[in-house]
Design a protein around this ligand. Sequence first.
Ligand SMILES: Cc1ncc(COP(=O)(O)O)c(C=O)c1O
Length: 428
Amino acid sequence: MTDHLRGPAAPDARAEDGTSPADIETPFEISVSDRIKQLPPYLFARINQLTYQKRRAGNDVIDMSMGNPSDPPSQRVIDKLAEAANDPRNHGYAPALGIMSLRREVASRYLTKWGVRLDPESEVIGTLGSKEGYGHLCLALVGPGDAVVVPAPSYPAHVYGVALASARAIPIDTTDPSRFLSDVARTCETDRPKIVVVNFPHNPTATVVEADFYRDVVKLAKRYGFMLVSDLAYADVTFDGYVAPSLLSIEGARKYAVEFTTMSKGFNMAGWRVGFCAGNREIVRALGTIKTYYDYGMFRPIQIAAIMAMRHGEADVAAQSKVYQRRRDVLCDGLARIGWQVTVPKASMFVWARMPEPFASRMTSMDFATKLLEEADVAVSPGAGFGESGEGHVRLALIENENRLRQAVRQIGRALGDELKTATARAG
Ligand SMILES: Cc1ncc(COP(=O)(O)O)c(C=O)c1O
């Protein structure tokens, strides 16, 4: 036996039954950190599990549950990735915060798209998707005792990022942007949030704002002294001529704010993990500091291909928005035809649908989503998965093609059937 296994007791100290101290076993179980224990439950697990079971049983589930783009990026971008991966010089660690030519490309896109002039060295960094960037930004900026206003209903990472940083999330309803502003102001009178997170176009509700909203939010930041984090993940998925404004385009915003953008949605590069944080240089530096402790940045060929995508891909982005817009029309018109009226979104990849009667008054969004999955083979996300204020709604992601969406509408129509029609006729 090696010495370290004997412990401090005398080497030959034996109990009466002959066991030595080295044989003693201390009761042991894996105990995870409080950080993990206090995370809110993951409510989408039930739908994911059920979808998996149905598929294993041979059912063709039409999956509208996750905002996971199903189309590939342009061939040009894939070819560039392959070319760069074939260069042996591109396989070492890349700079953790992104190669400078990528950061310059982001700055150049901000200038073209929003008229915002950024210094790529101090005001832009690359992240492994905006989700990673946001999570680490929370670690960089807040801790125990701090509070962060997050949009409600909530994209789960907005809440988890705050919780994992041991800070407190204050969810504020974001579906009416002007009420959101007055609610933030009221909250600031009693509870000083260190950060206010805004996310427009919003996941899950698809709520959008105009630049005036950001002007007012910057005024509030000035008055109450909080930092601003804008999650602009859906900047590139907009419909009917709507252009999603950037918070950074507001004069004075950069004193308080950073903004996340991503290549996941408009560029169809979700699996590539390419996102950006831009804006206030001290905040950007703090995120950079945390990141250098946790990761080594993106694979260099991905960064090179991302530059190519941004430099030559605006037409592809516009075409992809058109694809989502057509899917939106197929889905919203189809649902209206079967008697389920939903709000038509101006941006994002989602339709946020209030549950129709008579189902809304007699079941939860989880039960309704389960019903659609069990009886219509259509997977949607229950609104409650986005927090309490999401109850009464389901989120349908526009990630299936138009034919599959038509099929989904038919199947939903059959499953909800006469009850839906009777309720609509009564309401009419
Ligand atoms: C609002 C919002 N922010 C961020 C993300 C994450 O994007 P990324 O792929 O850049 O991490 C998503 C993805 O669904 C999202 O909906």
